[in-house]
Design a protein around this ligand. Sequence first.
Ligand code: CP3
Length: 366
Amino acid sequence: MISPEGGGLHGLRQVEEPLLVRACLGEPVETTPIWLMRQAGRYLPEYRRVRSQFDFLTVCKTPDLAVEVTLQPIRRFGFDGAILFSDILIPVEAMGLPVHFNPGPEVDSPVRTNKDVQALRRPDPTEELSFVLETLRILRRELPASVALIGFAGGPFTLAAYMVEGESSKDFLLLKGLMYREPVTFHALMEKLSLVVSDYLSAQIKAGAQAVQLFDTWSGILSPRDYREFVLPHVKRIVEKVKTPGVPFILFGVGTGGLLELMKETGADVIGIDWRTSMKDARRRLGPDLPLQGNLEPAVLYAPLEIIRDRAREVLMDVGPHSAHVFNLGHGVTPETPVDSVAELVKWVHEEGRRLREAEAKEGGS
Ligand code: CP3
């Protein structure tokens, strides 16, 4: 509720901040905001057209191309957020480890020893990642004021996974082996990555990002005990360093059903939930007020529209009333996703979110 005595600056902010930012800060919203991880990507014909002319890294490193691809889903659908087009491995290159995509990331000389860790550089984002900051500055000018610009970085554990393994892995035994055998080296790597990620996210906020998401995708492979020892202190430090009033910090991981309470301990403003945890369970465990993001199973978008609406309704109902919620998938949009399904989902979430809030207001008022 916006109280009249709350006017002044606070009242002004209510008008000016995009819906997505307000929902992430737990402020009252007129409907549920929605954006999708990987909303720019191969399921869009216009993305495939750009990619037929330029390789993925060229798109990431050329501000005009990265801006174009970021805006493609914004033009088509009514998303409430535009996520910077880039990749979590971009700052890893700037640390001195060349990366290529095939189509998943591959690191030529993986990090395996303490000497390898010591050799990694802490880049100055305003110098070595200036193309990302330039992309954000242009986007901030081009986006409508109602669409929030979302910056991001990979979580330190997820970046370490690619840096140690050299590529995606099923069991991450090289990474876990290093963690258990040489915890001092492992923590040194995590500390260095945390500094790099903090510098990078802070620079993105300065360049115009209105929310940031830490993609700690692979943290879900850890037991709660190991997450607490090996990841939590580092992510907590990143959150502390990056936190900027009015700019929400979203923490996302996959398979993190066993870690939700620990993720909350990091101090992040919003916790991203994958589809293997129900929003009801997440809400019960994290409390009625913590903003949550998620969590439609991405493959539901392959179903007929009425099934998509039913499953999206279940997500909204499971999150519960009065609740701060940003609608998203439980992970990224997959390449074969029908474009019309995404269009219908966005339209429906906005309509249903509005209906639910009007019904709640009536109940509350009577
Ligand atoms: O969400 C967005 O629209 C923003 C752009 C974005 C990309 N990658 C573009 C991309 C973001 C936020 C990421 C994050 C990312 N990258 C993560 C964390 C989130 C997640 O999905 O778990 C991870 C683990 C990566 C590493 C990565 N990059 C992988 C595993 C792959 C290959 C995946 C595939 O679909 O084949 C990439 C390449 C990549 N990053 C593509 C895109 C659009 C596909 C590139 C192409 O061929 O055009």
